[in-house]
Write a protein that binds this ligand. Structure first.
Ligand code: SAM
Length: 206
């Protein structure tokens, strides 16, 4: 299913990603988190390292988690000259990270692929140190069915109120859900539909 899809597109993901959304998404996530050099950050559903690359530039210690071996392999190849990246194969509901281990957790364009978004958010809470922050960037609710078939999206975006509720139910404080000010854009394969979906940024503190 989605794992096989991401294994298949791993070698071309960077080009696809650039056509979907820009680096402004990552910048917004980092500014909301207030990232500090030397702290430990994890990127869940890291893909080929879009968020990881930015975190390294900012001098954080990084852990990259993904379900797809091919995505992690592609990231290793890209960052082969960089030491210290901790690559971990893992699943949303059982992250390969111990309790209270990280200062920040990021997840970009990951939540709409997981089976249970509320469970995934709870699991991200578990791995944060007290005072640690979770920042999720993802799609607002949208009507574009073709993204399910062509990109294996499981959820057609989210209502900001439901995201807020899931953060609160997981125990997060200071929950904020706001606009990134950017869209995710994609053309359907047959060319008849063009999706232009606003992106939200959700943050909370443990
Ligand atoms: C749309 S890609 C985004 C990749 C990266 N975050 C980026 O911004 O370029 C979604 C990623 O989440 C991973 N993923 C999807 N469902 C997952 C799950 N249940 N557990 C772990 N990773 C998952 C996929 O393998 C894929 O690499």
């Amino acid at each position: 299913m989605s794992k096989r899809y991401f294994d298949d597109v791993a070698h071309e993901w960077d080009g696809m990603r650039e056509s979907f959304f820009s680096e402004a998404v990552r910048d917004k996530a980092f500014s909301i988190a207030g990232v500090q050099t030397g702290k430990v950050a994890v990127d869940i559903g890291a893909g080929t390292g879009f968020i990881i690359e930015g975190l390294i530039r900012k001098g954080l210690q990084v852990i990259a988690v993904d379900q797809s071996e091919a995505m992690l392999k592609e990231m290793r190849r890209k960052f082969s000259s960089i030491e210290g990246i901790d690559y971990r194969l893992g699943e949303a509901e059982k992250l390969p990270i111990s309790d209270e281990a990280v200062d920040y957790a990021f997840a970009n364009m990951y939540l709409h692929h997981v089976e249970s978004p509320p469970k995934a958010i709870k699991e991200m809470m578990r791995i944060l140190k007290p005072g640690g922050k979770l920042v999720i960037t993802d799609l607002d609710e949208h009507p574009f069915e073709f993204l399910r078939d062509e990109h294996h999206d499981r959820w057609m975006g989210f209502k900001r109120e439901e995201i807020k509720q899931w953060f609160r139910e997981a125990g997060f404080k200071n929950v904020i859900v706001d606009c990134v000010g950017e869209s995710c854009c994609a053309q359907s394969r047959c060319g008849s539909e063009y999706a232009d979906i606003s992106i939200f940024v959700a943050s909370g503190e443990r």
